[in-house]
Ligand binder design. Structure first.
Ligand SMILES: [Zn+2]
Length: 214
């Protein structure tokens, strides 16, 4: 029942398990960081989570940067509201919401065919090297006021892993290889949860895929 993604560097279908936020961003582009980064964590459809954590391509994480602007135009406003309207209900660890329809075509990067990809690790312990990263380089926008809300989350501290050396990792920028994602997802139970604890402790949330595809 989970919505799935595939295409581009993904050789399998991957089902959405959870999404969370980092502020500041964990990735940078040419050394430049963004105020926020949203991670859509997916697990290879043919694997259980425990198996996926031991496979080189067990997880696929779609990453969308958020940039901050003093004022948003109408389209940017609509896109950011897609997620920001829920944040006041999620300020403390354990807060949950359900029955939420998220329009992914607004929440994902405006240019779905423009991204960097590499094989890397989770950014929280145990930092398993099991992730196909897809980093969209065109950000979505939130306002100053919306960004300030994130300072009220949990104990208000930043929650990003510091930049790592690139080591053996090769980063690719495929030309025009679209990622296929659902147009919208319906969160029928549990959550949309903020990353205030390590990945493995984050409660999985149940989502239901809608049939329509972009
Ligand atoms: Zn993350």
């Amino acid at each position: 029942m989970h919505p799935t993604v595939t295409g581009g560097p993904l050789k399998y279908f991957y089902r959405l398990e959870q999404l969370h936020f980092h502020w500041l961003s964990e990735h940078s582009i040419n050394g430049v960081k963004f105020p926020m980064e949203i991670h859509f964590v997916h697990v290879r459809s043919d694997l259980e989570v425990s198996e996926a954590l031991n496979k080189r391509d067990g997880l696929a994480i779609l990453s969308v940067f958020c940039n901050v602007q003093t004022e948003l135009n109408e389209d940017q406003q609509k896109a950011s509201e897609e997620i920001m309207q829920h944040i006041p209900m999620l300020l403390r660890t354990g807060h949950r919401i359900s029955g939420v329809l998220l329009n992914l075509s607004k929440l994902l990067s405006p240019k779905r065919n423009s991204y960097f990809t590499y094989l890397g690790s989770l950014t929280s312990p145990e930092c398993n090297e099991v992730v196909v990263w897809i980093i969209f380089d065109n950000p979505i926008y939130i306002s100053d006021a919306q960004y300030r809300l994130f300072g009220k989350v949990g104990v208000g501290r930043h929650n990003f892993r510091s930049q790592q050396k690139i080591n053996h990792h090769q980063v690719f920028q495929p030309p025009d290889a679209f990622i296929t994602t659902p147009k919208a997802i319906l969160i029928v139970s549990d959550v949309l949860k903020l990353m205030t604890q390590f990945f493995r402790n984050v409660t999985r949330f149940v989502v239901k895929g809608l049939k329509s595809r972009l």
